[in-house]
Every structure is written in C-alpha cells, then in structure tokens.
Design a binder for this molecule. Structure first.
Ligand code: NAD
Ligand code: DAU
Length: 361
C-alpha cells in the first residue's frame, strides 16, 4: 500500500487529484494532504472524504522545514505529489516575492526533506519511492501563432512571468536533485486546466461567475491569446500514470490539441449557460454578449501555449480523454449547481482582490 504525501491538496488540481485517487484506489492507498490553506486552499473541496480513515489533513507551510520533516518522520511516505504553489500569473505580476518563496524555497524544502527521509547510506533509494513535481507548460515561454509549433519536453525553458520563472526555478531544482543525488523523481509540465473547484481568479470560473451575476467579462488585450485546455480529471489521471509507470528522471508534457482563443472560450461559456439554465432561472436574463469588455492587456502576456503530448501517449498510453465540449459543459453545470461554493469563495477578500486587479483597467 502506498502512502502519498500530497502538497496543495486543498487547491483546485490537488483536490480533484485526491478525489480521483480515492475513486480509483479506495482503501488501497493512504493520503496525507499538507496545505497552508492560503486564499486558494479550501477544505470544502474535500468535505466528502474528510472522515475517511486513510485520509488525513495537516495544515502546514511547505517552507517550514521542521513541520515537513516531522510529517516524513511520523509516516512511512513513499510517494510525494507536489502541487503546492502560488499559481496565478496576475498575482505574480503584483507580488513576485510570494511566488519565489513558496514555489522555489518551498520546493527546495520538500526536496530536502524527502531526500533526508529516503536516501540510504550508500546514496541509493528504496525502489518504491518517488517524488512527482507538478509543473506547467508556461516554463517554455510563448509560441508563435504557427499551428505547427508545439511545446515538447526538449523545448528550451524561456519563462516570462514571475510565476513561470518561479516554476522554472523549481523544475531546475528537481532536475539538479535528479542529476546530483540520483533523486527518484519525475516532472510533469501541464497546460491550462479547467473543471470543478477552480478559484474564480482564473479565466473560466471568473467568466462563469461574472456572467451569472451580470457583471462585465474582462478580456485582456485582443482576446486572441491561445491556451491549450485540459479537463482536470485527465490531468489527475496523467499524474497517477506517471507515478505508476513513468520512467524515473523523465519529464512528461501533459495536455494537447485543445487550443482555444480566450474570446472563443467566453462565447462558449455564454452559449452553454443559455442552453443549460432553465427559463425560470432568474440568472438566465443576465447572460449576454454585451457583458464582454476589452480591458488593458496583462503585462508580458504570453501569446500562445500548445502541448505536444506525444511522449506521454507513446510511453504511458495517456491521452486527453475528455472532449472540450463535454468538459466545459460539465464544468459550467458544476458551477451553477454549486452556487454556495462560489458564494463562499467570493465573500471576504475576493472582492478587494477583484477591485484592485480590474478597477480602471
Ligand atoms: P491552486 O492555487 O488552486 O492551489 C494551490 C494550493 O497550494 C492551495 O491549496 C494553497 O493553499 C496551497 N499552498 C500555497 N502556498 C502554500 C504553502 N506555502 N504551503 C503549503 N500549501 C500552500 O493551484 P492549482 O491551479 O491547483 O495548481 C496546482 C499546481 O499545478 C501548481 O503547482 C501549479 O503551478 C500547477 N499547474 C497548474 C495548472 C492550472 O491550469 N491551474 C496547470 C499546470 C500546472
Ligand atoms: O498553462 C498553465 C497555466 O495556466 C498554469 O501554470 C497556471 O497556474 C494557471 O493559472 C494558468 O495560467 P494562465 O495565465 O494561462 O491562466 P488564466 O486563467 O489566468 O488566464 C487564461 C487566459 O485568459 C490568459 O491568456 C489571460 C486571459 N484572461 C484571464 C483573466 C483572469 C483574460 O482575458 N481575462 C481575465 O480576467
């Protein structure tokens, strides 16, 4: 039985991953979720599993070496899946230091504690242990609008935002541990995720929430930046496959062939909301293309991301199973059926964040 230490498990992808893992393995795994519960961490995402005997939650900062090494000492951890990070590009433009701290220093602490717990005297490691570092395609920079240009695992790193620079630094730390200590790890670089439990600072949930409440839909620049969208459950599956079957020391790109311009995404959201909301739902009257508002562009805005998932498909048999049209419909329905979840995460500090980020833009 594997014991997983999952960092950032109360966030968007981490909570979906924990659901996926219990759905697949039931009582045959143990998961310890370590999360600081920043604005992005929400234990409501895990309400239905919190009483499971093979699940536990520890509130801790990944930069806190003492707290993290205690978790390793007290538990027989053989898998680390490292999600915890500051994840929002716009916030990184306002406050880069928070990103350096959590994403770089936090990853350094996680690597150090895992190595101390796992490395034997002769420098080798037990066969079953693995550290999976969850990273992003943004480390590769921006692609031209040429439809044949893709990110491959061999694409040189060229991060532009403080967020992607901090993730690139964390990737390099993992690579350094693999090269120097033969530390048993994999890196996954994934494209844009969407699905349930995503915090409404990110494009898709922000647009759904604003459209339902009749607020402006702020489109950065000309709205033609392209992202490669992946349903979050497909990402969870990829991470599990890399843990199970990935060759040690390898990087796998995750995503593929779901490229959409931001403005297309917004039109799809509006069309789907109109189709799915019943006629007597008062929110339906709010849904209108007139809400679309072009605003000042994001600084250093990457134009296009697109993953070539050839390696993970060929070596591990993974491919993005969920068609975008199905995934986006599921996601939109989840949000309008979980109005309370949205109300809870948008109360408190969210309004201030929103005003600071968008007012006068
Ligand atoms: P998120 O912001 O929704 O969640 C991050 C989680 O980390 C939160 O629960 C937060 O409380 C926790 N956290 C933050 N700082 C911490 C700290 N110092 N100590 C402990 N916990 C801390 O992020 P997400 O979108 O779920 O992304 C998860 C990971 O996947 C990140 O590493 C991100 O870079 C990567 N990623 C995200 C996407 C995407 O589209 N969202 C795509 C590719 C890769
Ligand atoms: O590519 C993977 C990355 O995807 C992850 O590593 C990041 O953690 C994740 O946040 C995401 O980054 P993006 O910057 O691509 O996602 P975001 O949802 O912030 O923006 C998607 C696109 O939509 C981007 O081109 C900016 C644009 N946008 C975003 C917001 C929030 C708008 O036009 N208006 C908005 O209000």
């Amino acid at each position: 039985m594997h014991t997983y230490l999952v960092t950032g498990g109360a966030g968007f992808i981490g909570s979906n991953y924990i659901h996926y893992m219990f759905g697949k393995y039931g009582d045959d795994i143990r998961i310890i979720n370590v999360d600081l519960l920043t604005y992005a961490g929400n234990l409501e995402n895990l309400k239905d599993i919190e009483t499971k005997e093979n699940y536990s939650f520890v509130k801790a900062d990944i930069c806190d070496r003492e707290a993290i090494s205690k978790i390793f000492k007290e538990n027989n951890i053989d898998r680390v899946v490292h999600f915890a990070a500051e994840s929002h590009v716009d916030r990184s433009i306002v406050d880069p230091n928070a990103f350096v701290r959590t994403n770089v220093l936090g990853t350094a602490v996680m690597l150090d504690c895992a190595r101390s717990a796992w490395e034997k005297e002769d420098g080798s490691y037990p066969e079953e242990v693995k550290f999976l570092h969850v990273s992003t395609d943004e480390v590769y920079g921006s692609l031209p609008e040429d439809p044949d240009a893709y990110f491959y695992e061999t694409t040189p790193y060229s991060p532009h935002s403080p967020y992607s620079a901090s993730k690139a630094s964390s990737d390099f730390l993992v690579k350094a541990y693999m090269d120097t200590y033969k530390f048993p790890a994999n890196i996954t670089n994934c494209s844009n995720n969407y699905g349930p439990y995503q915090f409404p600072e990110k494009l898709i949930p922000l647009m759904i929430n604003n459209a339902l409440s009749g607020k402006n839909l702020p489109v950065y620049g000309d709205g033609k930046n392209v992202r490669d969208w992946l349903f979050v459950e497909d990402h969870a599956k990829a991470i599990d496959m890399v843990c199970e079957k990935g060759k040690l020391f390898e990087t796998y790109n995750v995503g593929g062939h779901n490229e959409r311009q931001n403005i297309q995404i917004i039109h799809t959201i509006l069309d789907t909301l109109r189709e799915e909301l019943s006629d007597d739902d008062p929110r339906k009257a709010n849904i209108s293309e007139d809400l679309i508002t072009y605003v000042t562009d994001r600084k250093g805005h990457d134009r296009r991301y697109a993953i070539a998932p050839d390696k993970i498909k060929k070596d591990l048999g993974w491919y993005p199973e969920t068609k975008f049209e199905d995934g986006i419909r599921k996601t939109i329905k989840w949000y309008f059926e979980n109005e309370d979840w949205m109300k809870n995460v948008t109360s408190g500090d969210y309004q201030k964040y929103y005003d600071d980020m968008y007012e006068g833009r």
